[in-house]
Design a binder for this molecule. Structure first.
Ligand SMILES: CC(=O)NCCS(=O)(=O)O
Length: 361
């Protein structure tokens, strides 16, 4: 039966080489269109609940009201009800239809094991809306690893990830088209190191895209790439997420960019004075994100940039007064064009780079 699985695995793999893999099956990369490389459509972020600061107003209850909007924007992780994106599939469906109308084609859905991936819902959303959805394989940060995950060897973890891509995940036949977001903390834990090595081994077998959630230190992204590279991963097919809250110094950013991964600015739409996961970090504004993109374009990295919103809480949905999945297409692209980024470069960032990253080698 091992032989049969190996034979069927190589058949499946031969079908996806040169293609992208959506929740509805393999697809010609030319069909992707404008792509958000880091979003969530259904997930729970309960793992990252932060109690409100002493003396703060109490958490709002759902249904949220207009008067709660500012509180939620400033304290999104201090309201449990705000962390259950999986309760809002109807609103997400409406948003995906609006995303298509705004010119969007594809969404890479980064929910992995640990934050309640729901592949049947993703498949239904893709069918209902016509948006291409690519699902993520693998594991989120250590705090969400189960005892069973922690006990797995690198080989076992590799098998699990490979199977999620080739055969389907969570007991379904719905296949993931990317590994990640693979979660890491800072410092990187032992269990996360094993998952990173397994990610690299799986990528070496599959020729597939990888996307990483780094811990909150400017040193984290390079350390992650070192682990992946040592284990045989393909850095040129790897996205480093959340750079907007991770590397601020321009010289450090250039040093990191030279390592050759894709560089992702993916918190567009996030406004927050005090970032509770790392109070030393000043969360940038969208204007500062655009400035960072313009800087990297000027420095010659336009082929390596990808962008997204990483929606993972309810308050960021249009239903709750948030910016929604179309914010980049409707508001950020026009701003980019006024800040020295050409239409051709915008098209690279939104279409060509995601296409090259997502295509199986
Ligand atoms: C879902 C997820 O991991 N989002 C990233 C949030 S963070 O504050 O940038 O780490």
């Amino acid at each position: 039966s091992v032989c049969m699985k190996t034979a069927s695995s190589s058949n499946v793999l031969s079908v996806i080489v040169g293609k992208v893999q959506t929740v509805l099956g393999p697809m010609d990369p030319e069909q992707l269109g404008r792509t958000m490389t880091h979003e969530h459509l259904t997930m729970s972020f309960e793992c990252c609940y932060c109690p409100p600061a002493a003396g703060a107003d109490p958490e709002p209850e759902n249904p949220f009201q207009m008067q709660h909007m500012h509180w939620l924007r400033q304290n999104p992780y201090s309201c449990r009800e705000n962390l259950y994106l999986q309760q809002e599939t109807g609103a997400v469906r409406d948003e995906l239809l609006a995303y298509r109308k705004a010119g969007g084609g594809t969404i890479v859905e980064n929910t992995t094991t640990g934050i309640d991936r729901d592949l049947p819902t993703l498949k239904q959303l893709a069918k209902d809306t016509g948006v291409h959805i690519i699902a993520g394989a693998g594991f989120y940060v250590d705090a969400t690893h189960s005892e069973a995950t922690r006990k797995m060897s690198v080989e076992k973890l590799t098998d699990v990830i490979v199977s999620e891509v080739l055969h389907g995940a969570d007991g379904t036949d719905i296949r993931c088209g990317v590994i990640g977001e693979i979660g890491t903390s800072w410092p990187i834990t032992d269990s996360e190191t094993k998952v990173l090595r397994a990610t690299a081994h799986a990528q070496a077998q599959l020729g597939c895209p990888v996307i990483i959630h780094p811990g909150r230190s400017p040193a984290a992204p390079a350390e992650i790439l070192r682990i992946l590279q040592e284990a045989g991963g393909d850095i040129s097919k790897t996205v480093m997420s959340h750079l907007d809250r991770t590397i601020f110094d321009e010289a450090e950013l250039l040093e990191f960019a030279k390592l050759g991964s894709y560089l992702e600015y993916d918190l567009f739409g996030t406004e927050m004075l005090n970032y509770p996961f790392h109070l030393e970090v000043d969360m940038p504004s969208d204007s500062q994100r655009v400035k960072a993109l313009a800087f990297l374009v000027k420095e010659g990295f336009e082929d390596r940039l990808v962008i997204s919103h990483d929606i993972h809480t309810k308050n960021r949905l249009a239903k709750f007064g948030g910016h929604g999945y179309s914010h980049i297409l409707r508001n950020i692209v026009p701003k980019m064009l006024t800040r020295g980024i050409t239409q051709q470069q915008v098209d690279k960032i939104l279409m060509d780079n995601p296409k090259h990253w997502l295509t199986f080698k």
